[in-house]
Design a protein around this ligand. Structure first.
Ligand code: SAH
Length: 494
Protein backbone atom coordinates (compact mmCIF):
# COMPACT_ATOMS: atom_id res chain seq x y z
CA UNK A 1 0.00 0.00 0.00
CA UNK A 2 1.33 3.43 -0.92
CA UNK A 3 -0.21 6.16 1.19
CA UNK A 4 0.45 9.03 -1.19
CA UNK A 5 1.15 12.52 0.03
CA UNK A 6 0.74 13.19 3.71
CA UNK A 7 -1.10 16.34 4.62
CA UNK A 8 -2.82 15.54 7.87
CA UNK A 9 -1.63 17.30 10.99
CA UNK A 10 0.27 14.89 13.11
CA UNK A 11 -0.34 15.09 16.81
CA UNK A 12 2.39 13.79 19.03
CA UNK A 13 1.70 12.91 22.65
CA UNK A 14 4.66 12.72 25.00
CA UNK A 15 3.70 9.34 26.38
CA UNK A 16 3.00 10.64 29.86
CA UNK A 17 -0.20 10.76 31.80
CA UNK A 18 -1.31 14.32 31.88
CA UNK A 19 -4.15 15.55 34.04
CA UNK A 20 -7.48 15.41 32.28
CA UNK A 21 -9.05 18.61 30.97
CA UNK A 22 -10.98 20.87 31.80
CA UNK A 23 -13.00 23.56 33.46
CA UNK A 24 -14.78 25.93 31.15
CA UNK A 25 -15.25 29.62 31.84
CA UNK A 26 -17.15 32.31 30.00
CA UNK A 27 -18.42 29.88 27.47
CA UNK A 28 -20.63 31.99 25.28
CA UNK A 29 -22.23 29.82 22.65
CA UNK A 30 -21.60 26.94 20.36
CA UNK A 31 -19.85 27.74 17.08
CA UNK A 32 -21.94 28.13 13.95
CA UNK A 33 -20.01 25.31 12.23
CA UNK A 34 -21.17 22.71 14.80
CA UNK A 35 -17.96 23.22 16.76
CA UNK A 36 -18.50 22.98 20.53
CA UNK A 37 -16.84 26.38 20.99
CA UNK A 38 -17.08 29.79 19.38
CA UNK A 39 -14.66 32.65 18.92
CA UNK A 40 -13.79 34.45 22.18
CA UNK A 41 -14.85 31.58 24.44
CA UNK A 42 -12.41 31.26 27.31
CA UNK A 43 -11.54 28.00 28.99
CA UNK A 44 -8.99 26.33 31.23
CA UNK A 45 -7.08 23.54 29.57
CA UNK A 46 -4.16 21.21 30.21
CA UNK A 47 -1.78 20.80 27.28
CA UNK A 48 -1.36 17.10 26.57
CA UNK A 49 0.47 16.98 23.22
CA UNK A 50 2.72 18.91 20.84
CA UNK A 51 1.77 19.54 17.21
CA UNK A 52 4.08 19.20 14.26
CA UNK A 53 4.88 22.93 14.35
CA UNK A 54 5.66 22.86 18.09
CA UNK A 55 2.32 24.33 19.15
CA UNK A 56 0.61 23.02 22.29
CA UNK A 57 -2.46 20.83 21.89
CA UNK A 58 -5.31 20.36 24.34
CA UNK A 59 -8.06 17.78 23.93
CA UNK A 60 -11.29 19.02 25.45
CA UNK A 61 -14.16 16.50 25.45
CA UNK A 62 -12.92 15.07 22.16
CA UNK A 63 -12.37 18.49 20.59
CA UNK A 64 -8.78 19.47 19.65
CA UNK A 65 -7.43 22.95 20.30
CA UNK A 66 -4.10 24.13 18.92
CA UNK A 67 -2.47 26.76 21.12
CA UNK A 68 0.67 28.60 20.02
CA UNK A 69 3.38 29.05 22.67
CA UNK A 70 1.72 26.52 25.00
CA UNK A 71 3.85 23.63 26.19
CA UNK A 72 3.06 20.07 27.06
CA UNK A 73 2.22 20.00 30.78
CA UNK A 74 1.09 23.65 30.97
CA UNK A 75 -2.27 24.41 32.58
CA UNK A 76 -3.54 27.56 30.96
CA UNK A 77 -6.44 29.90 30.44
CA UNK A 78 -6.96 30.18 26.68
CA UNK A 79 -9.23 32.17 24.40
CA UNK A 80 -10.67 30.57 21.27
CA UNK A 81 -9.76 32.49 18.11
CA UNK A 82 -11.02 30.24 15.32
CA UNK A 83 -13.04 27.05 15.09
CA UNK A 84 -13.61 24.27 12.61
CA UNK A 85 -15.87 21.30 13.14
CA UNK A 86 -13.42 19.01 14.89
CA UNK A 87 -10.58 21.32 15.84
CA UNK A 88 -9.86 24.94 16.56
CA UNK A 89 -7.20 27.46 17.48
CA UNK A 90 -6.87 29.32 20.77
CA UNK A 91 -4.57 31.96 22.19
CA UNK A 92 -2.86 31.64 25.53
CA UNK A 93 -4.26 34.23 27.95
CA UNK A 94 -2.55 33.12 31.14
CA UNK A 95 -0.41 30.23 32.31
CA UNK A 96 -2.16 28.95 35.44
CA UNK A 97 0.50 26.35 36.23
CA UNK A 98 3.63 26.18 34.10
CA UNK A 99 4.83 22.92 32.64
CA UNK A 100 7.75 21.36 34.53
CA UNK A 101 9.63 21.38 31.20
CA UNK A 102 9.25 25.12 30.65
CA UNK A 103 12.49 27.10 30.64
CA UNK A 104 13.28 30.77 30.11
CA UNK A 105 14.41 31.17 26.47
CA UNK A 106 17.87 32.70 26.19
CA UNK A 107 16.74 34.83 23.29
CA UNK A 108 14.59 37.87 24.04
CA UNK A 109 12.74 37.61 20.70
CA UNK A 110 12.30 33.82 20.66
CA UNK A 111 8.53 34.18 20.83
CA UNK A 112 8.14 36.59 17.92
CA UNK A 113 10.88 35.22 15.65
CA UNK A 114 9.99 32.38 13.28
CA UNK A 115 13.36 30.63 13.71
CA UNK A 116 13.08 28.77 17.03
CA UNK A 117 9.76 27.19 17.96
CA UNK A 118 10.92 25.31 21.05
CA UNK A 119 13.44 27.48 22.90
CA UNK A 120 11.09 27.58 25.90
CA UNK A 121 11.20 23.77 26.18
CA UNK A 122 14.03 22.15 28.13
CA UNK A 123 16.54 20.74 25.60
CA UNK A 124 16.33 17.18 26.98
CA UNK A 125 12.57 17.34 26.49
CA UNK A 126 13.04 18.67 22.96
CA UNK A 127 15.05 15.55 22.21
CA UNK A 128 12.42 13.32 23.78
CA UNK A 129 9.75 15.08 21.73
CA UNK A 130 11.70 14.52 18.51
CA UNK A 131 12.45 10.86 19.17
CA UNK A 132 8.81 10.34 20.01
CA UNK A 133 7.68 12.20 16.90
CA UNK A 134 9.63 9.73 14.75
CA UNK A 135 8.20 6.67 16.54
CA UNK A 136 4.67 8.03 16.38
CA UNK A 137 4.98 8.63 12.63
CA UNK A 138 6.06 5.02 12.15
CA UNK A 139 3.07 3.82 14.15
CA UNK A 140 0.33 6.17 12.95
CA UNK A 141 1.36 6.81 9.37
CA UNK A 142 3.47 3.74 8.61
CA UNK A 143 1.14 1.40 10.54
CA UNK A 144 4.05 -0.30 12.28
CA UNK A 145 3.55 -1.87 15.69
CA UNK A 146 5.44 -1.61 18.95
CA UNK A 147 8.39 -3.46 17.37
CA UNK A 148 9.45 0.03 16.29
CA UNK A 149 10.34 0.87 19.91
CA UNK A 150 12.78 -2.06 20.02
CA UNK A 151 14.70 -0.97 16.89
CA UNK A 152 14.82 2.73 17.78
CA UNK A 153 18.18 3.81 19.14
CA UNK A 154 18.57 6.89 21.36
CA UNK A 155 18.42 10.20 19.54
CA UNK A 156 21.80 11.88 19.03
CA UNK A 157 21.48 15.32 20.60
CA UNK A 158 23.84 18.27 20.47
CA UNK A 159 26.40 18.81 23.17
CA UNK A 160 25.82 22.54 22.93
CA UNK A 161 22.52 23.43 21.24
CA UNK A 162 23.56 27.06 20.62
CA UNK A 163 25.64 28.84 17.96
CA UNK A 164 25.48 25.75 15.75
CA UNK A 165 24.51 27.16 12.33
CA UNK A 166 27.23 27.87 9.78
CA UNK A 167 24.98 29.79 7.38
CA UNK A 168 22.76 32.80 8.01
CA UNK A 169 20.62 34.91 5.71
CA UNK A 170 19.59 38.13 7.41
CA UNK A 171 16.95 40.31 5.76
CA UNK A 172 17.85 44.01 5.81
CA UNK A 173 15.25 46.69 6.56
CA UNK A 174 14.65 49.98 8.31
CA UNK A 175 13.26 50.74 11.74
CA UNK A 176 10.50 53.33 12.21
CA UNK A 177 13.23 55.80 13.12
CA UNK A 178 14.97 55.14 9.79
CA UNK A 179 17.88 53.09 11.17
CA UNK A 180 19.18 50.13 9.14
CA UNK A 181 18.18 46.91 10.90
CA UNK A 182 18.86 43.23 10.30
CA UNK A 183 17.15 40.29 11.87
CA UNK A 184 14.63 37.62 11.09
CA UNK A 185 11.15 37.44 9.74
CA UNK A 186 8.40 37.15 12.31
CA UNK A 187 6.61 33.82 12.21
CA UNK A 188 4.48 33.53 9.03
CA UNK A 189 5.23 37.11 7.99
CA UNK A 190 7.74 39.35 6.28
CA UNK A 191 8.02 41.91 9.06
CA UNK A 192 11.67 42.09 10.14
CA UNK A 193 12.39 41.70 13.83
CA UNK A 194 15.52 43.63 14.77
CA UNK A 195 17.77 40.93 16.24
CA UNK A 196 21.06 42.17 17.61
CA UNK A 197 22.19 38.68 18.60
CA UNK A 198 21.07 35.24 17.48
CA UNK A 199 21.73 32.31 19.78
CA UNK A 200 21.81 29.63 17.10
CA UNK A 201 24.00 31.37 14.52
CA UNK A 202 27.79 31.63 14.50
CA UNK A 203 28.76 34.32 17.02
CA UNK A 204 31.01 36.19 14.57
CA UNK A 205 27.84 37.30 12.73
CA UNK A 206 27.23 40.11 15.25
CA UNK A 207 30.49 41.75 14.25
CA UNK A 208 29.96 41.21 10.52
CA UNK A 209 26.43 42.63 10.60
CA UNK A 210 27.48 45.64 12.63
CA UNK A 211 30.17 46.52 10.07
CA UNK A 212 27.74 46.18 7.16
CA UNK A 213 25.00 48.18 8.93
CA UNK A 214 27.36 51.04 9.81
CA UNK A 215 28.63 51.08 6.21
CA UNK A 216 25.09 51.19 4.77
CA UNK A 217 24.13 53.96 7.20
CA UNK A 218 27.23 56.08 6.43
CA UNK A 219 26.87 55.67 2.69
CA UNK A 220 23.13 56.28 2.77
CA UNK A 221 22.49 52.99 0.94
CA UNK A 222 18.84 52.02 1.21
CA UNK A 223 17.66 48.58 2.30
CA UNK A 224 15.28 46.92 -0.15
CA UNK A 225 11.59 47.50 0.46
CA UNK A 226 9.48 44.54 -0.63
CA UNK A 227 6.27 46.55 -0.95
CA UNK A 228 7.61 49.30 -3.18
CA UNK A 229 10.40 47.14 -4.68
CA UNK A 230 12.84 49.98 -4.17
CA UNK A 231 16.13 50.17 -2.29
CA UNK A 232 19.27 48.14 -2.85
CA UNK A 233 20.30 45.70 -0.12
CA UNK A 234 17.96 42.73 0.38
CA UNK A 235 19.85 40.22 2.50
CA UNK A 236 23.22 39.64 4.10
CA UNK A 237 24.37 36.05 3.71
CA UNK A 238 27.19 34.76 5.86
CA UNK A 239 28.88 31.37 5.89
CA UNK A 240 31.51 30.14 8.31
CA UNK A 241 33.65 27.02 7.96
CA UNK A 242 33.52 25.57 11.46
CA UNK A 243 36.65 23.45 10.95
CA UNK A 244 38.70 25.91 8.84
CA UNK A 245 37.46 29.17 10.39
CA UNK A 246 36.99 30.63 6.88
CA UNK A 247 34.30 33.32 6.52
CA UNK A 248 32.19 34.47 3.58
CA UNK A 249 30.04 37.62 3.49
CA UNK A 250 27.67 38.07 0.57
CA UNK A 251 25.32 41.04 0.09
CA UNK A 252 22.21 40.25 -1.94
CA UNK A 253 21.37 43.31 -4.05
CA UNK A 254 18.42 44.57 -6.00
CA UNK A 255 20.97 45.88 -8.50
CA UNK A 256 24.34 45.12 -10.01
CA UNK A 257 26.70 47.24 -7.94
CA UNK A 258 27.38 48.15 -4.34
CA UNK A 259 28.48 51.83 -4.29
CA UNK A 260 31.85 52.40 -2.58
CA UNK A 261 32.25 48.70 -1.91
CA UNK A 262 36.02 49.20 -1.40
CA UNK A 263 35.22 50.94 1.88
CA UNK A 264 33.23 47.93 3.12
CA UNK A 265 35.95 45.54 1.97
CA UNK A 266 38.54 47.52 3.97
CA UNK A 267 36.52 47.06 7.13
CA UNK A 268 35.86 43.36 6.61
CA UNK A 269 39.15 42.09 5.16
CA UNK A 270 41.06 42.27 8.44
CA UNK A 271 38.64 40.06 10.31
CA UNK A 272 40.36 36.80 11.13
CA UNK A 273 39.26 34.08 8.71
CA UNK A 274 37.75 36.43 6.10
CA UNK A 275 38.10 34.54 2.82
CA UNK A 276 35.38 35.69 0.45
CA UNK A 277 33.36 38.90 0.07
CA UNK A 278 30.84 38.94 -2.73
CA UNK A 279 27.60 40.33 -4.03
CA UNK A 280 24.65 38.41 -5.40
CA UNK A 281 22.30 40.02 -7.91
CA UNK A 282 18.60 39.49 -7.35
CA UNK A 283 16.41 42.08 -9.08
CA UNK A 284 13.28 39.91 -9.20
CA UNK A 285 10.14 40.59 -7.21
CA UNK A 286 10.30 37.28 -5.36
CA UNK A 287 10.82 35.84 -1.90
CA UNK A 288 13.56 33.57 -3.20
CA UNK A 289 16.59 34.98 -1.40
CA UNK A 290 19.40 34.47 -3.90
CA UNK A 291 19.61 35.36 -7.58
CA UNK A 292 21.60 33.22 -10.01
CA UNK A 293 24.61 35.59 -10.43
CA UNK A 294 27.38 36.16 -7.89
CA UNK A 295 30.38 38.48 -8.18
CA UNK A 296 33.36 38.24 -5.88
CA UNK A 297 34.54 41.69 -4.76
CA UNK A 298 37.39 40.47 -2.54
CA UNK A 299 39.16 37.13 -1.99
CA UNK A 300 38.04 33.74 -3.27
CA UNK A 301 34.71 32.72 -4.83
CA UNK A 302 34.22 30.08 -2.14
CA UNK A 303 35.17 28.98 1.36
CA UNK A 304 36.40 25.51 2.24
CA UNK A 305 35.21 23.33 5.10
CA UNK A 306 35.46 19.72 6.23
CA UNK A 307 33.01 17.10 7.42
CA UNK A 308 35.19 14.35 8.85
CA UNK A 309 38.14 13.97 6.43
CA UNK A 310 36.24 15.19 3.40
CA UNK A 311 36.87 18.69 2.13
CA UNK A 312 34.07 20.72 0.53
CA UNK A 313 34.21 23.97 -1.43
CA UNK A 314 31.17 26.10 -0.68
CA UNK A 315 30.06 29.04 -2.83
CA UNK A 316 27.12 31.34 -1.99
CA UNK A 317 24.75 29.25 -4.11
CA UNK A 318 25.89 25.78 -2.98
CA UNK A 319 23.71 23.64 -0.80
CA UNK A 320 25.64 22.66 2.33
CA UNK A 321 24.36 21.24 5.59
CA UNK A 322 23.93 24.03 8.16
CA UNK A 323 24.98 22.15 11.28
CA UNK A 324 28.34 20.57 10.45
CA UNK A 325 28.94 19.05 13.89
CA UNK A 326 25.67 17.08 13.85
CA UNK A 327 25.96 16.37 10.11
CA UNK A 328 29.15 14.44 10.80
CA UNK A 329 27.23 12.32 13.33
CA UNK A 330 24.37 11.87 10.85
CA UNK A 331 26.71 10.70 8.07
CA UNK A 332 28.64 8.45 10.45
CA UNK A 333 25.35 6.82 11.40
CA UNK A 334 24.48 6.36 7.72
CA UNK A 335 27.94 4.88 7.10
CA UNK A 336 27.58 2.51 10.05
CA UNK A 337 24.15 1.37 8.82
CA UNK A 338 25.51 0.88 5.27
CA UNK A 339 28.04 -1.58 6.78
CA UNK A 340 30.46 -1.39 3.86
CA UNK A 341 33.43 -3.72 3.47
CA UNK A 342 34.97 -2.10 0.38
CA UNK A 343 33.40 -4.40 -2.23
CA UNK A 344 30.00 -2.83 -2.57
CA UNK A 345 28.31 -0.86 -5.32
CA UNK A 346 26.37 1.93 -3.60
CA UNK A 347 23.78 4.32 -5.03
CA UNK A 348 23.38 7.66 -3.23
CA UNK A 349 20.10 9.14 -4.42
CA UNK A 350 19.22 12.82 -3.89
CA UNK A 351 22.95 13.33 -3.37
CA UNK A 352 23.13 17.17 -3.41
CA UNK A 353 26.80 18.18 -3.68
CA UNK A 354 27.84 14.59 -3.03
CA UNK A 355 28.33 14.93 0.70
CA UNK A 356 27.13 11.44 1.64
CA UNK A 357 28.52 9.86 -1.56
CA UNK A 358 32.05 11.05 -0.79
CA UNK A 359 31.70 10.00 2.82
CA UNK A 360 30.78 6.47 1.65
CA UNK A 361 33.27 6.24 -1.25
CA UNK A 362 36.32 5.45 0.85
CA UNK A 363 34.60 2.28 2.11
CA UNK A 364 32.90 1.17 -1.14
CA UNK A 365 33.97 -0.24 -4.48
CA UNK A 366 31.90 2.26 -6.46
CA UNK A 367 29.41 4.99 -5.61
CA UNK A 368 26.83 6.44 -8.02
CA UNK A 369 25.21 9.72 -6.99
CA UNK A 370 22.02 11.16 -8.53
CA UNK A 371 20.76 14.70 -8.04
CA UNK A 372 18.27 16.89 -9.92
CA UNK A 373 20.15 20.23 -9.67
CA UNK A 374 22.92 20.44 -12.31
CA UNK A 375 25.02 22.97 -10.34
CA UNK A 376 25.01 20.63 -7.32
CA UNK A 377 26.37 17.82 -9.51
CA UNK A 378 29.12 20.17 -10.74
CA UNK A 379 30.00 20.80 -7.09
CA UNK A 380 29.86 17.05 -6.35
CA UNK A 381 32.32 16.29 -9.19
CA UNK A 382 34.60 19.08 -8.03
CA UNK A 383 34.46 17.87 -4.44
CA UNK A 384 35.38 14.34 -5.57
CA UNK A 385 38.35 15.80 -7.46
CA UNK A 386 39.73 17.92 -4.61
CA UNK A 387 39.54 14.86 -2.34
CA UNK A 388 41.21 12.55 -4.92
CA UNK A 389 38.16 10.31 -4.92
CA UNK A 390 37.96 8.40 -8.21
CA UNK A 391 35.31 5.78 -7.42
CA UNK A 392 32.32 8.17 -7.30
CA UNK A 393 30.35 8.97 -10.44
CA UNK A 394 27.53 11.52 -10.54
CA UNK A 395 24.43 11.84 -12.73
CA UNK A 396 22.08 14.80 -13.17
CA UNK A 397 18.37 14.04 -13.21
CA UNK A 398 15.38 12.87 -11.21
CA UNK A 399 16.35 9.85 -9.11
CA UNK A 400 13.10 8.11 -10.10
CA UNK A 401 14.07 8.40 -13.78
CA UNK A 402 17.86 8.09 -13.76
CA UNK A 403 18.21 5.01 -11.57
CA UNK A 404 15.67 2.81 -13.42
CA UNK A 405 17.24 3.87 -16.76
CA UNK A 406 20.83 3.21 -15.72
CA UNK A 407 19.83 -0.02 -14.05
CA UNK A 408 18.13 -1.28 -17.20
CA UNK A 409 21.04 -0.23 -19.44
CA UNK A 410 23.91 -1.27 -17.21
CA UNK A 411 22.32 -4.30 -15.57
CA UNK A 412 24.99 -6.08 -13.50
CA UNK A 413 27.61 -3.37 -13.21
CA UNK A 414 24.96 -0.95 -12.02
CA UNK A 415 23.22 -3.30 -9.63
CA UNK A 416 23.29 -2.06 -6.07
CA UNK A 417 24.43 -3.73 -2.88
CA UNK A 418 23.38 -0.74 -0.82
CA UNK A 419 21.08 2.15 -1.74
CA UNK A 420 21.12 5.37 0.27
CA UNK A 421 18.29 7.86 -0.18
CA UNK A 422 18.10 11.37 1.31
CA UNK A 423 15.04 12.95 -0.32
CA UNK A 424 13.45 16.35 0.33
CA UNK A 425 10.43 16.57 2.66
CA UNK A 426 8.00 15.02 0.22
CA UNK A 427 9.88 11.73 0.37
CA UNK A 428 10.61 9.27 -2.45
CA UNK A 429 8.60 8.93 -5.61
CA UNK A 430 6.78 5.60 -5.80
CA UNK A 431 8.52 4.80 -9.12
CA UNK A 432 11.83 5.01 -7.28
CA UNK A 433 10.69 2.78 -4.44
CA UNK A 434 9.46 0.15 -6.88
CA UNK A 435 12.82 0.21 -8.72
CA UNK A 436 14.61 -0.25 -5.40
CA UNK A 437 12.44 -3.28 -4.73
CA UNK A 438 13.26 -4.62 -8.20
CA UNK A 439 17.01 -4.06 -7.76
CA UNK A 440 16.96 -5.92 -4.43
CA UNK A 441 19.88 -4.25 -2.66
CA UNK A 442 20.77 -6.02 0.54
CA UNK A 443 20.43 -2.82 2.55
CA UNK A 444 18.60 0.47 2.12
CA UNK A 445 19.74 3.38 4.27
CA UNK A 446 17.05 6.06 4.37
CA UNK A 447 18.12 9.51 5.59
CA UNK A 448 15.13 11.78 6.08
CA UNK A 449 14.23 15.27 7.26
CA UNK A 450 10.49 14.45 7.37
CA UNK A 451 9.44 11.52 9.58
CA UNK A 452 5.91 11.36 8.12
CA UNK A 453 7.02 10.61 4.54
CA UNK A 454 9.86 8.45 5.90
CA UNK A 455 7.31 6.24 7.68
CA UNK A 456 5.10 6.09 4.56
CA UNK A 457 8.04 5.02 2.35
CA UNK A 458 9.29 2.47 4.89
CA UNK A 459 5.80 0.94 4.90
CA UNK A 460 6.03 0.52 1.12
CA UNK A 461 9.46 -1.12 1.35
CA UNK A 462 8.33 -3.37 4.20
CA UNK A 463 5.29 -4.49 2.20
CA UNK A 464 7.73 -5.45 -0.54
CA UNK A 465 10.38 -7.59 1.07
CA UNK A 466 12.24 -5.32 3.52
CA UNK A 467 12.39 -5.03 7.29
CA UNK A 468 13.19 -1.99 9.43
CA UNK A 469 16.25 -3.00 11.45
CA UNK A 470 17.51 0.22 13.03
CA UNK A 471 16.19 3.77 13.48
CA UNK A 472 18.12 6.69 14.88
CA UNK A 473 17.17 10.35 15.01
CA UNK A 474 19.83 13.05 14.98
CA UNK A 475 19.08 16.57 16.18
CA UNK A 476 20.42 18.90 13.52
CA UNK A 477 18.23 21.87 14.40
CA UNK A 478 18.05 22.45 18.16
CA UNK A 479 15.10 24.65 19.28
CA UNK A 480 13.21 23.99 16.06
CA UNK A 481 10.62 21.23 15.56
CA UNK A 482 12.67 19.59 12.80
CA UNK A 483 14.43 16.28 13.14
CA UNK A 484 16.64 14.16 10.87
CA UNK A 485 16.39 10.38 10.98
CA UNK A 486 18.46 7.51 9.63
CA UNK A 487 16.79 4.14 9.06
CA UNK A 488 18.36 0.83 8.10
CA UNK A 489 16.15 -1.53 6.10
CA UNK A 490 17.33 -4.99 5.19
CA UNK A 491 15.88 -7.74 3.05
CA UNK A 492 13.60 -9.95 5.07
CA UNK A 493 15.34 -13.11 6.10
CA UNK A 494 12.16 -15.15 6.44
N1 SAH B 1 22.24 14.21 0.48
C1 SAH B 1 22.52 15.61 0.37
C2 SAH B 1 21.31 16.49 -0.01
C3 SAH B 1 19.98 16.14 0.56
S1 SAH B 1 18.73 17.35 0.30
C4 SAH B 1 23.17 16.12 1.63
O1 SAH B 1 23.17 15.45 2.66
O2 SAH B 1 23.75 17.20 1.62
C5 SAH B 1 17.74 16.63 -0.97
C6 SAH B 1 18.31 16.81 -2.36
O3 SAH B 1 17.42 16.18 -3.28
C7 SAH B 1 18.40 18.26 -2.83
O4 SAH B 1 19.71 18.51 -3.24
C8 SAH B 1 17.42 18.34 -4.04
O5 SAH B 1 17.88 19.20 -5.06
C9 SAH B 1 17.40 16.91 -4.50
N2 SAH B 1 16.21 16.45 -5.27
C10 SAH B 1 14.93 16.85 -5.13
N3 SAH B 1 14.11 16.10 -5.92
C11 SAH B 1 14.90 15.21 -6.56
C12 SAH B 1 14.65 14.15 -7.48
N4 SAH B 1 13.42 13.88 -7.90
N5 SAH B 1 15.69 13.43 -7.91
C13 SAH B 1 16.96 13.69 -7.47
N6 SAH B 1 17.25 14.67 -6.61
C14 SAH B 1 16.25 15.42 -6.15
Amino acid sequence: MYLGSITSELVIGMGRDVKKNTRKVNRSSEGTNNAPYAKNDELNVTIDAIGSEGEGIAHVDGYTLFIKDALIGDEALVKVIKTKKSYGYARMEQILKPSPYRVEPRCGVARQCGGCQLQHLDYKEQLRYKENKVKECFKRIGHFGDEIDAVTEPIIGMEEPYYYRNKAQFPVGKSKEGKVITGFYASRSHAIIDTPHCYIQAEINDKLLEIVKVFLGEEGIEPYNEETQTGLVRHILTRVGFVTGEIMVCLVLNGKKLPNHEKLVKQLENIEGMTSICININTENTNVILGQTCKTIWGQDYITDYIGDIKYQISPLSFYQVNPVQTKKLYETALEYADLSGNEVVWDLYCGIGTISLFLAKNAKQVYGVEIVPQAIEDAKNNAKINDITNAEFFVGAAEEVMPEKYKQGADSMSADVIVVDPPRKGCDEALLSTIVEMKPERVVYVSCAPATLARDCRYLCDNGYEVRRIRAVDQFGHSVHVETVVLLEQKTR
